[in-house]
Design a binder for this molecule. Structure first.
Ligand SMILES: *Cc1c(COP(=O)(O)O)cnc(C)c1O
Length: 372
């Protein structure tokens, strides 16, 4: 390698490692090791097409991908044979897939989503040209059920496509899908579809003792979960899961043009399924139960430390997202805390230790005293 190239790479690596160690504001687990998978980077592998069908491009990891999907089918309470899905490029693609499915099933449906919904959804709705209505949120980030009820009531003649937040980005709030279903049943809306954005909490709720309602048995018709968030990976990835019966509907209409093309993108990463599969092999479901318990303990610790230091902070139940009063720009920059209006948040991801929390709290306290 040229001296110049090596220097550039070494410098960049040091800088990114240093930044990564002080990143507490984004929900990406930095604690992983995929070195056993490195030899696979020598291959031009490609998971193009439906993971449940043969492909002419046989340098793929479809078999591993199907195992990953089986694991998520179990976690999301749907029989493996009745589930369909694929490993995506991340949460956004999973949301796009789910909302696309909802719109294909109910072309004249109205998409309802709360104010606290991830920014990807508004963009997706524009792409899909889907009719949509934004519903108010409660202060904790959960959807306002009264506003939802009234708005659906006024639009009762249209099918409902509900975009459920299973862990909002900013506050980790979870929309209660059982209440949403009660509203639908109360208003006698029989044509409905529920897509769940479970980017982060899709890997939390299956591992806690008293989860909020989630999963296909709770009414999900599709769900998107990120791979680079709670699981952690050097490349962004995720999982989209839905009911197999829906996909055959979409697949048929595309078979008309000659291919069984059931995924949103054409070429897809063959490495992403390997990482997720390896992570589950390494930790096992019991391992994830411990990891999630530790994260929630750390989040609780952080809330208490902030409160003891006189800094307002709180979190939603079963969430690792700690919401605090917005600190100064220096603090936000130093710890890469994600700000929004008068709040900011930090995420107690697996690589975040109590020592790191202590350092953040101490910095905030020092910051307060210099600004008062
Ligand atoms: C991160 C996140 C997404 C988007 O995921 P990407 O992997 O960044 O595309 C969607 N929804 C929520 C709630 C998220 O937190």
């Amino acid at each position: 390698m040229e001296e110049e190239t090596r220097k550039r790479l070494d410098g960049l690596l040091r800088e990114l490692e240093e930044l990564g160690s002080r990143q507490v504001g984004y929900p990406t687990n930095q604690d992983f090791d995929y070195t056993p998978l490195l030899p696979f980077l020598r291959l031009s592998a490609n998971n193009v097409g439906d993971p449940f069908h043969d492909s002419n491009y046989r340098v793929n990891t479809h078999e591993i991908e199907r195992e990953v999907l089986h694991t998520f089918a179990d976690l999301m309470h749907i029989e493996r044979e009745r589930a369909w899905g694929y490993v995506t490029s991340g949460g956004t693609e999973g949301n796009m897939y789910g909302l696309y499915m909802g719109r294909e099933i109910f072309p004249d449906g109205v998409v309802y989503f709360s104010q606290d919904t991830h920014y990807s959804v508004v963009k997706i709705l524009r792409l899909l040209k889907a009719r949509s209505i934004m519903i108010k949120s409660q202060p904790n980030g959960e959807i306002d059920y009264d506003d939802l009820y009234e708005t659906i009531r006024i639009n009762r003649d249209s099918p409902v496509i509900f975009m459920a937040n299973i862990g909002t980005t900013m506050k980790g709030a979870i929309d209660d899908v059982s209440r949403v279903r009660a509203i639908l049943s109360d208003l006698a809306v029989t044509n409905h579809y529920i897509h769940a954005d479970a980017a982060l909490s899709g890997m939390i709720l299956p591992f806690v003792e008293e989860p909020q309602p989630y999963g296909f048995d709770a009414g999900f018709d599709s769900v998107a979960i990120s791979g680079h968030k709670m699981i952690g990976s050097p490349l962004p990835c995720g999982v989209a899961l839905t009911r197999r019966e829906y996909v055959s509907r979409v697949a048929r209409s595309i078979e008309y043009v000659g291919v069984l093309d059931t995924t949103l993108t054409g070429s897809r990463s063959a490495f992403a399924p390997l990482m997720i599969w390896y992570a589950f092999q390494k930790h096992g479901l019991d391992g994830y139960r411990d990891i999630v318990r530790r994260c929630i303990d750390t989040a609780e610790y952080a809330v208490n430390r902030f409160l003891d230091a006189g800094i307002p902070a709180w979190r939603n139940r079963n969430s690792v997202t700690v919401v605090l009063r917005r600190p100064s720009p220096e603090i936000i920059r130093r710890w890469q805390l994600a700000p929004f209006e008068d709040i900011a948040h930090l995420l107690a991801m697996p690589h975040i230790t109590r020592d790191i929390i202590d350092a953040v709290v101490d910095d905030c306290v020092r910051d307060n005293s210099t600004h008062e």
